[in-house]
Design a protein around this ligand. Structure first.
Ligand SMILES: Nc1ccn([C@@H]2O[C@H](COP(=O)(O)OP(=O)(O)OP(=O)(O)O)[C@@H](O)[C@H]2O)c(=O)n1
Ligand SMILES: C[C@](O)(CO)[C@H](O)COP(=O)(O)O
Length: 226
């Protein structure tokens, strides 16, 4: 079955607060996004890659690719005002309806090869595959009257990407109007009344969001290089 990956990097990285958006910041000598694209190509060179970026950044990205002699083949698609709109643009750019598509945050460069391959296998068999990890800390729910209530953490999971789907189903799901609780692609899929299938993610697959995450990313890259 044909495999696609939609790497979404259409955001501006306000929580990082750096002059250059976080997806272009260097770790281990090259931009975060290049590591992410390479992860998918290394997992399976047959995966067709689409990169969603703010349209105004296209010339900057092309310059970065030249500077780094970056040769992983990919199509560029303009992002939207929210993650939902960026994913929608990316899905609409895929002209065929058959296959599976992994939707992945460009700022998660530490996704493992095993998780990528497993997500495609399970999505082919079950229609969806959402990478999640269990919690290590205890958790509490805050109430409106200022109290907090213990929660049984075994019933919770942290949700990562990739979130991989049957292509025709996820295209159909994204035809809806955007709702406030659509924080990821699983919530959009579920809105159709379909159940999502969870798979085990890899714990180092962090979403680079704040300056501390960049420090951790530098540490992880260094550790991998030994
Ligand atoms: N309009 C948007 C907003 C976000 N994203 C992407 O969705 C992923 C997860 O979003 P997040 O970490 O929130 O990125 P930003 O929106 O860039 O960060 P912030 O919320 O701090 O501004 C990122 O790869 C980001 O580039 C996107 O493609 N299009
Ligand atoms: C899609 C996601 O990375 C899953 O954990 C997350 O929901 C993105 O959230 P953000 O607030 O847009 O960073």
């Amino acid at each position: 079955m044909k495999k696609y990956a939609l790497i979404v990097a259409g955001g501006s990285g306000t929580r990082m607060g750096s002059p250059i958006a976080k997806q272009y910041l260097p770790i281990g000598g090259k931009p975060v996004l290049m590591h992410t694209l390479e992860k998918f190509q290394d997992a399976d060179p047959e995966i067709e890659l689409t990169l969603v970026l703010p349209e105004a950044d296209f010339p900057f990205w092309k310059k970065l690719c030249e500077e780094h002699a970056f040769s992983v083949p990919h199509h560029l698609v303009p992002g939207g005002r929210s993650r939902f709109q960026s994913v929608k643009n990316g899905l609409e750019s895929l002209k065929l309806n058959q296959g599976t598509v992994a939707i992945h945050d460009g700022v998660r460069p530490f996704v493992s090869r095993e998780v990528i391959l497993q997500s495609f296998r399970e999505a082919e068999a079950k229609g969806s595959a959402i990478a999640v990890i269990p919690l290590k800390d205890s958790i509490r729910k805050l109430t409106d009257d200022g109290r907090s209530i213990f929660q049984e953490r075994q019933y919770f999971r942290l949700v990562q990407t990739p979130q991989t789907f049957d292509l025709s189903k996820i295209k159909q799901a994204f035809k809806v109007q955007e709702l406030g609780h659509f924080t990821d692609d699983a919530t959009v899929f579920e809105h159709q009344g379909w159940q999502v299938h969870l798979i085990a993610g890899n714990p180092e697959n962090i979403k680079i969001t704040t300056p501390e995450d960049m420090e951790f990313a530098d540490f992880l890259i260094g550790k991998k290089r030994g």
